[in-house]
Design a protein around this ligand. Structure first.
Ligand code: MIG
Length: 800
């Protein structure tokens, strides 16, 4: 009889010395005496994947995060060895792997700078309770190193000195430093010696990151199960790190329709129909642009997904059509919990087809959410996603809903410890059955993906639009997102700013906050300041819980209404500029918002900045973040910038006071920029664009600007029907030259550009278009330095 019930605690275990090495094309395997295998895959010259097993065998290699469209291929790969190390060399990196214990050090292949170095390196602890290992990694933090990324963490940009957890969690009224919250994006960027690299720890179990908190010079990450499986991504530019991470985990599968970049109005809840109509009518009456109106959970019958309340919305199809006729797209919420109700067809079908999640011993996973007791589809099973996607047929195809908003998909469960499923719940995980410990962080992602598949199918030939609250790395391929249940306080305006920037540097640019705050009520000033920030976020929506009063642009009196209108109008004017930034994101993975460190990492002043950010490529914005302010100090990054309101030119690389009364905010435009603008519209498509305004900011020297346009919706752009204008500006003392290179087959509705020349240092006396002098009367040159000319030019000379 065995009497000893004490477990043998072995503590941390480590790889021992390498006894064999094998190379299979770009996959290098190193096996140690104690049975650890390290597999290094050279994905690109700048991307190495490190994967460890302690059992002599790897599990099936499957990841929800990595996209099949990721680029692969490298220019150079060489493996050598000396007494201590194996040495892997690509054209960008040199990686040493210690023969003694598998520890790695990575160097820049060009100048040999040490970039990233293991401390203990890979180690593990056996998990008696669940089996498998707690997998761990520790690295030495280099002198002066800073850290960025990790998705939606509500903290200052630089993560140094802090520890974080990744476990997707419903976090009503979270605050600064609350952790974890809604998203799990286990990707960070390190920056030292003006060089930047990234680490993506592709492990969906509950994971942790410590940036020099526990020990001053050590950064570590670990997970409660699964494999030590991470990608090392080298820059040295931080923007390249983010671009490569985004390439690996995916760019949006299509551009969003232009209207999704307009202003959206939401509340929990607008109902019944008459209330919805009142709100939309008020937007038009007050001439405040708005493209989308939201229905929260009360539009349903007893919170049953895919149903409508007969009392509140007797004829949804008619209503949705009437709203559409007035330019409003209707967006509805869909949660994962399916009400246990034998008379409810969605429930019946899910039950019959065995689509609901079950506990380890067989019973269904039963949990309480809005509809009462529910079962939950297992979205990690492809067949279930297919079924779910088809449930949208009526909503989208027949009723005409234009977007779906997935909430509670962490998954959130009420009145239970942990606020989610218990750990033992089983999931299919794409044919790799596992417990909730492994599937939790991807559950919401897979729900949003299934919703996306439905929207894509039934919106066709238009583009789909989905919003999700929960996310794991890669979710950006399918959907946009918001930052969850924030609060109407000034600090939350700061948090929203940080979260949007952080999501953008974590590969997920289609992000915004509940403008004004979800919980509690803002005063007019806070709301106006938040709108000013919100118009620079890729997703721009006011939302509130509605318990604390109204939160529409007109809810705070005329002064505020006018400020709000002014900034939403600016958003609409800047739509072609934002759309171009989105196109660059979808095409190349370039984040739409750039924190100053991402914009100029060589300037160490940027490493701890939080408030200022670059919107697109050329606009610098900074919100006012407190009450009663008439301006603020802010850091202007290096280069020369035009004050957006006054055209005053200032030199960056310094902190400055900038005036900004309530009807203004600090906005600057990079010199040399050409910023495209549309006329103000009440909704996208209200007007036929008959002239493109180009704001041209003179610079002594060169600058490039892009303008991307297409049909604003649909898929023709994929077949080449887009219009891309590449402008090259060259400013001289007595001359301004603009060259235009046009590509794509889309023909824009307008025939002319209206150029507005800012900061021109001379009086115009001659204008030449494609080598021919043009008479002033033919170009409509005005005294205020605006000129109207045909959009087809390739070279324009404006001369003194
Ligand atoms: O338990 O649907 O974050 O945006 O309005 C609250 C009601 C559920 C949480 C979402 C919020 C939404 C609300 N939901």
């Amino acid at each position: 009889m065995i009497l000893n019930t004490e477990l043998e605690y072995k503590g941390n275990l480590f790889p021992s010395k390498i006894i064999s090495y094998e190379k299979n094309l770009n996959v290098l395997s190193f096996t140690t005496e104690n049975g650890v295998i390290l597999e290094v895959t050279v994905r690109r010259d700048s991307i190495l994947r490190f994967r460890f097993t302690t059992t002599g065998i790897f599990e099936n290699d499957f990841s929800y995060a990595i996209t099949k469209y990721a680029s692969r291929g490298y220019n150079h790969l060489e493996v050598n060895e000396n007494e201590e190390n194996y040495i892997i060399t690509t054209s960008k990196l040199i990686c040493h792997i210690s023969k003694l214990d598998l520890r790695t050090s990575i160097f820049d292949a060009i100048d040999n700078t040490l970039i990233c170095e293991d401390e203990l390196g890979f180690h593990w602890e056996e998990s008696y309770e669940h089996g498998g290992n707690i997998v761990k990694m520790s690295k030495i933090s280099q002198p002066g190193e800073s850290y960025y990324g990790l998705g939606d963490k509500p903290v200052d940009n630089n993560l140094k000195g802090k520890r974080f957890e990744n476990w997707v969690t419903d976090s009503y009224a979270y605050g600064r430093d609350t952790d974890p919250i809604y998203k799990a994006i286990p990707f960070y960027t390190g920056l030292h010696d003006k060089k930047s690299y990234g680490i993506f720890f592709d492990n969906t179990f509950r994971s942790f990151f410590d940036f020099c908190q526990e020990r001053r010079n050590i950064t570590s990450f670990w997970a409660q199960g699964g494999e030590m499986n991470y990608y090392f991504i080298y820059g040295p530019e931080m923007s390249d790190v983010v671009v490569n991470y985004t390439d690996l985990t995916g760019k949006p599968h299509e551009l969003p329709a232009l209207w999704t970049l307009g202003y959206h109005q939401c509340k929990w809840s607008y109902y019944p129909e008459s209330n919805v109509k009142e709100i939309t009518a008020k937007f038009r009456e007050l001439q405040i642009p708005c493209d989308a109106i939201y229905l929260d959970i009360d539009y349903m019958e007893g919170f049953r997904c895919f149903t409508w309340s007969k009392d509140h919305f007797p004829d949804p199809k008619r209503m949705v059509k009437e709203l559409a006729d007035d330019g409003f797209k209707t967006i509805v919420i869909i949660d994962p919990g399916i009400k246990i109700d034998m008379d409810y067809s969605v429930f019946q079908e899910g039950l019959e087809k065995d689509y609901f999640c079950k506990r380890a011993d067989g019973p269904y996973m039963k949990g309480k959410v809005w509809p009462g007791e529910c079962y939950f589809p297992d979205f990690t099973k492809p067949e279930v996603r297919e079924w779910w996607s088809n449930l949208f047929k009526e909503l989208v195809e027949d009723i005409g809903v234009k977007g779906v908003w997935n909430d509670m998909n962490e998954p959130a469960v009420m009145d239970v410890p942990g606020k989610t499923f218990p750990n033992d719940v089983r999931h299919d995980y794409e044919g790799n059955p596992c417990s909730h410990r492994k599937a939790h962080n991807v559950y919401g992602m897979q729900m949003a993906r299934a919703t996306y598949q439905g929207l894509k199918k039934f919106s066709y030939p238009k583009r789909p639009f989905v919003i999700t609250r929960a996310a794991y790395s890669g979710t950006q391929r399918y959907t946009s997102s918001w930052t969850g249940d924030n609060v109407a306080t000034w600090d939350h305006l700061n948090i929203a700013n940080l979260q949007a920037q952080r999501m953008c540097m974590s590969g997920f640019s289609f992000i915004g906050s509940d403008i004004g705050g979800f919980a509690e009520q803002p005063n007019g000033e806070l709301y106006a300041r938040w709108i000013q920030l919100g118009i620079f976020h890729p997703f721009c929506r006011t939302h509130s819980s509605g318990d604390h009063g109204d939160q529409e642009p007109w809810a705070f009196g005329d002064t505020i209404t006018n400020v709000v209108r002014k900034f939403i109008e600016l958003r609409y004017q800047l739509l072609p500029y934002l759309y171009t930034a989105f196109w660059r994101y979808a095409e190349e993975g370039i984040p739409i918002l750039k924190s100053l460190v991402l914009y100029d990492q060589e300037d160490s002043q940027t490493h701890y900045r939080n408030d200022e950010f670059i919107f697109g490529e050329k606009i610098l914005a900074c919100p006012i973040t407190g009450p009663n302010q008439k301006g603020r100090r802010m850091y202007i990054p290096r280069g020369r910038w035009y004050n957006f309101w006054t055209d005053e030119v200032i030199s960056g690389g310094q902190e400055l006071w900038v005036d900004a009364d309530l009807d203004s905010m600090p906005i600057f435009v990079k010199e040399g920029a050409i910023v495209p603008k549309y006329p103000i519209q009440q909704y996208v498509g209200e007007k036929v664009i008959d002239e493109l305004l180009l704001d041209v900011y003179y610079k002594l020297g060169k600058e490039n600007s892009l303008v991307y346009e297409d049909a604003t919706d649909g898929y023709d752009y994929i077949k080449g029907r887009y219009s891309l204008r590449d402008f090259k500006l060259l400013g001289k003392k007595n001359e301004l030259i603009i060259q235009q290179h046009k590509s794509g087959k889309f023909i824009t509705t307008y025939k002319t550009f209206k150029l507005s020349l800012h900061g021109l240092p001379f009086k115009i006396s001659k204008v030449q278009v494609d080598n021919e002098e043009i008479l002033f009367k033919d170009i409509k040159l005005n005294g205020d330095n605006t000129l109207v000319l045909n959009k087809e030019f390739t070279e324009l000379h404006i001369m003194a």
